[in-house]
Design a protein around this ligand. Structure first.
Ligand code: NAD
Length: 494
């Protein structure tokens, strides 16, 4: 990452975003646009097309036509693989442009966005390109006079609706396996982070993805997203975002064509520190990063810190020190640890959640102030909040901001009880020097991923998915392909 290159890119004018439908870049039919405002300094960057129902319909038709035509769905896997490798190479070649554009749109610190956004998107395309011809069908072990074959087939038209945090990474987690399996896709980015995904779609197109195989419709959730969720010709809807919207999508599916719906939702993930943790300094430093990077706007963020009572005060102090050492500032400065909150609306939500916690009796140990290291921007200092009890909203509901709730526990059983006392089950952390306890905790804590003596960092080789109200299905790893492939049986009498 070259700071002078990043500086050169930060002021470049940004063209208005258009829709990608059937290989063409189009304005919305009704001409409507949304403003894109950078959280770095509150300035308008450009406009993006606000797709209406007709535009969404055109995008789904284009996807269906390309799927039926077989320009991608029936291309030999080896040819699909070449295109996906080219996409990965081109993402890497444009890493600086993609990273800076994304940061200008959503405010993630560049030190994180560099790897987590284009870096991770390239790795994801490469991973699924490699998977394309490594998942054969099956010959069933049945009677001698029949042949039972199990084919794996693409499903058809996949709609992907994604959030504003890590749009390139999460977008790639949906697009790459869907394409690898031979489907056509309609992607709906968040209205708060569309620019980098439009640029990524351009890369896919230029790398040789046939027209209509990847379509992008930008716009609001209530119009563009809803039209996609209700479209009768979408076969699979994959979503990452909030539980409230996840519920609406299930309803939209039920009220339209019963399309399959996979949801990756939020969490209130417990990060559990036992007194026997191998290195409490390291645990405090990594735990602070595990909640505060990207201003807490990370689905798996360890936002509920459970600390064993014997070390509670000492550990909270170490954590406050680690939190207050994090540099909050201009996300395009490579030295910044915590960038901007993604929008004014989200900053207001964070502030309100903190104020309610204080009203209910919690105590802010450090941080929580809204500051303007760049005038006009949206920034909040990492907040560590203790005297939180398990019934409080701050212990139960996701803030999706840089706010950490701290609760004490007595022993292992108490830690498990508190950890599982949540409507969510996305991620967890356990810090202990005991191998046996680590394994017991991995089994006992209800979550899609349990980190041990670290927090964050699982790569593309392992699945990510929630239990309970954190969702269903998995992104990442070879298992993600299950969402995008159908099994078809051939039963042949010999
Ligand atoms: P959100 O649910 O508000 O929006 C997500 C997407 O849904 C956006 O593209 C939005 O335009 C669209 N949308 C909104 N209303 C819609 C509707 N009625 N019909 C169809 N689409 C609609 O979420 P967000 O604020 O963008 O993202 C933050 C949330 O995402 C947090 O809850 C976070 O935990 C979650 N998240 C989860 C994961 C995961 O892997 N589990 C990863 C990242 C973020």
């Amino acid at each position: 990452m070259d700071p002078s290159r990043i500086n050169a890119l930060r002021e470049l004018p940004v063209d208005d975003g258009r829709l990608l439908i059937g290989g063409q870049w189009l304005a919305a039919r009704n001409g409507e646009q949304l403003d894109v405002v950078s959280p770095i300094d509150g300035r308008r960057l450009c406009g993006i097309a606000a797709a209406g129902v007709t535009d969404v319909d055109a995008a789904v038709r284009a996807a269906r036509q390309s799927f039926e035509a077989g320009s991608w769905s029936r291309l030999p896997p080896a040819e699909r693989k070449k295109v996906m490798f080219r996409i990965a190479d081109r993402i890497e070649a444009q890493q600086a442009e993609l990273a800076v554009l994304g940061v200008r749109d959503n405010g993630t610190e560049i030190a994180m966005a560099w790897k987590a956004e284009p870096g991770s998107a390239a790795a994801t395309f490469r991973f699924y390109a490699e998977c394309i011809d490594k998942r054969p069908g099956e010959i069933a072990p049945t009677a001698e006079n029949v042949l039972g074959l199990v084919h794996r087939e693409p499903i058809g038209v996949v709609a992907a609706i994604v959030p504003w945090n890590f749009p390139q990474m999460i977008g790639a987690w949906k697009i790459a396996p869907a394409l690898a399996a031979g489907n056509s896709v309609v992607l709906k980015p968040s209205e708060d982070a569309s620019l980098a995904l439009l640029a990524l779609a351009k890369v896919c197109h230029e790398a040789g993805l046939p027209d209509g195989v990847l379509n992008v419709v930008t716009g609001t959730g209530s119009v563009t997203g809803d039209a996609l969720a209700r479209h009768p010709d979408v076969d699979v809807l994959v979503f990452t975002g909030s539980g409230a919207v996840g519920r609406q999508l299930l309803k939209a599916s039920a009220e339209s064509n019963l399309k399959r719906v996979y949801l990756e939702l939020g969490g209130k993930s417990p990060n559990i520190v036992f007194a026997d943790a191998p290195d409490l300094v390291q645990a405090a430093r990594v735990s602070a990063q595990g909640i505060f990077r990207n201003s807490g706007q990370v689905c798996v963020a360890g936002s509920r810190l459970l600390v064993q009572r014997d070390i509670h005060e000492d550990f909270v102090q170490r954590l406050c020190d680690a939190a207050s050492r994090l540099r909050v500032g201009d996300p395009l400065d490579v030295q910044t640890d915590v960038g901007a909150v993604s929008s004014r609306r989200q900053l207001d939500r964070n502030r309100a959640a903190l104020a309610r916690a204080v009203e209910q009796g919690a105590r802010v140990r450090t941080g929580g102030e809204c500051i303007e290291p760049v005038p006009g921007g949206c920034y909040m200092r990492p907040a560590v909040v203790d005297q939180v009890n398990p019934a409080m909203e701050l212990a139960r509901e996701e803030v999706f901001g840089p706010v950490l709730a701290v609760l004490p526990f007595d022993d292992e059983a108490d830690a498990i009880r508190l950890a599982n006392d949540s409507p969510y089950g996305l991620a967890a952390g356990v810090w202990t020097a005991s191998l046996s306890r680590a394994h017991r905790m991995v089994r006992a804590v209800r979550a899609g991923v349990v980190h041990v003596n670290t927090y964050g960092g699982p790569d593309i080789t392992v699945p990510l998915g929630g239990v309970r109200q954190s969702g269903n299905g998995h992104d990442k790893s070879i298992h993600a392909l299950d969402k995008y492939q159908d099994l078809k049986t051939a039963w042949i009498q010999l």
